[in-house]
Design a protein around this ligand. Structure first.
Ligand code: AOS
Ligand code: ZN
Ligand code: ZN
Ligand code: ZN
Length: 405
């Protein structure tokens, strides 16, 4: 550890000791923090107006894993990678899983793609045509198989299903069709596999979306069974919605399955985590702290991001750093003082307990932690200095870069 960092870390430790914080316990939790990165975050992406290609973008799932390994190497907490099928289709999934292992990684959630084929113009599992629903269900079953082959225990499902015009289709019938298809899939999942159901307010459907909010997703999960859980993508709510409240409610119901972390200003912007609203991120972790202490609770912490103008690997690293900092700040909350202020109805003190933790500068703590984990104190700088991107830009000149579609 560099002298300046050591000094900053020691000063931080002293301040926290004065606040009565058990730094050892905080560090233990931070060391155990895990974040899964998405294969699709390493490929080219854009808006419906343009895609701006970047140099060095991976051409296949193997190269996406190489990039993900960089994020893990510098941050120390990202050992797994989510796949999107068919974007990451390969002939031999075992080979892909072995390759991941050779990089110190493992394959994580399998994300079926039910939004890109022409057949899905009117939806996938909610489509009025039974043949299209069959096709969609078969794709989901294929993803269950793939998950089995790569030893992943998570099927993570986002549906683009919805309608564009009032009258286009029956809400209730569509819901019934979804339940029928998903029940078949759920029934075929091995006992230890979980189905995560992600909701989103709108887009690509503009009148109604079949899974538009936590309630539509939760009631579907309740019908499917206890291994169906809700996934919260931070970009999938209307303006002003209190996401931390939704998180607490789903936890209380035992149905919070995981996150797609990103940040938004207007819609599903998929920006760097914590870039627009870091306070919200902190408040979400505050809700999670107690639940995480329950050994029965399993939450998948995943990033879902698209880097349209920023360098992709650096953007992913920065997101992970922001997640580490938000979690670290949440761990500094004086929970006893918070309980006491709440009990006595002291509104301002309760609020200030949170502000007190949030305002701590946890950067030296996180930098030290990353070094402990074999990562880098300043991961973005270390990644830049490594010359990795220049090297792969050279190696990956030929061929077609991977991208959405
Ligand atoms: C779409 O808006 C969702 O966030 C999904 O998680 C989606 O599968 C992912 O963004 C990749 O397309
Ligand atoms: Zn998502
Ligand atoms: Zn999204
Ligand atoms: Zn998003």
């Amino acid at each position: 550890m560099e002298a300046a960092l050591r000094q900053a870390y020691e000063a931080f430790g002293e301040t926290q000791a004065e606040r009565g914080v058990d730094l050892g316990a905080v560090e233990e939790r931070l060391r155990a923090q895990r974040v899964e990165t998405p294969s699709w975050g390493y490929g080219n992406s854009g808006t419906r107006f343009a895609v701006f290609p970047q140099p060095g973008v991976p051409r296949n799932p193997f190269e996406k894993l190489q990039d993900a390994a960089q994020v893990h190497a510098h941050t120390g907490i990202c050992p797994s990678v989510a796949l999107h099928i068919p974007w990451d289709r390969v002939e031999d999934y075992r080979e892909l899983a072995d390759y991941a292992a050779s990089l110190g990684l493992r394959l994580g959630a399998i994300n079926p793609n039910l939004f890109q084929d022409e057949e899905y113009r009117l939806g996938s599992v909610c489509n009025p045509d039974p043949a299209v629903r069959r096709r969609a269900t078969d794709h989901l079953l294929e993803c269950v198989e793939i998950a089995g082959e790569v030893k992943s225990r998570v099927l993570s499902l986002w549906l683009a299903d919805g309608t564009n015009y009032p009258g286009q289709d029956s809400f209730v019938e569509r819901r019934g069709r979804m339940l029928e298809c998903l029940s078949e899939v759920y029934g075929r999942m091995p006992e230890d596999m979980r189905l995560l159901l992600e909701y989103k307010l709108f887009e690509p459907a503009f009148y109604h979306t079949d899974l538009c909010d936590w309630g539509t997703a939760l009631t579907m999960c309740q019908k499917l069974g206890e291994r169906a859980l809700v996934l919260v993508d931070l970009g999938h709510h209307a303006q002003g919605v209190n996401v931390e409240h939704i998180v607490s409610l789903l936890l209380d119901e035992g149905r919070l399955g995981g996150f797609h972390f990103n940040n938004r200003k207007y819609a599903d912007d998929d920006l760097i985590v914590g870039s627009v609203n870091p306070f919200e991120l902190f408040l979400i972790y505050v809700e999670l702290l107690e639940a995480e202490e329950n050994p029965g609770v399993r939450i998948e912490y995943m990033i879902d991001q698209a880097h349209n103008i920023e360098p992709k690997i650096e953007a992913m690293i920065l997101s992970v750093m922001n997640l580490q900092e938000a979690y670290a700040k949440a761990l500094l909350v004086d929970r006893e003082a918070l309980r006491e202020a709440r009990r006595s109805g002291d509104v301002l003190s309760a609020h200030r307990v949170l502000l007190d933790a949030y305002s701590a500068d946890v950067r030296p703590l996180c930098a030290k932690l990353r070094e402990d984990l074999g990562g880098s104190a300043d991961p973005v700088a270390a990644f830049r200095a490594s010359g990795y991107l220049e090297r792969v830009a050279e190696e990956r000149r030929e061929g077609r870069p991977a991208g959405w579609g």
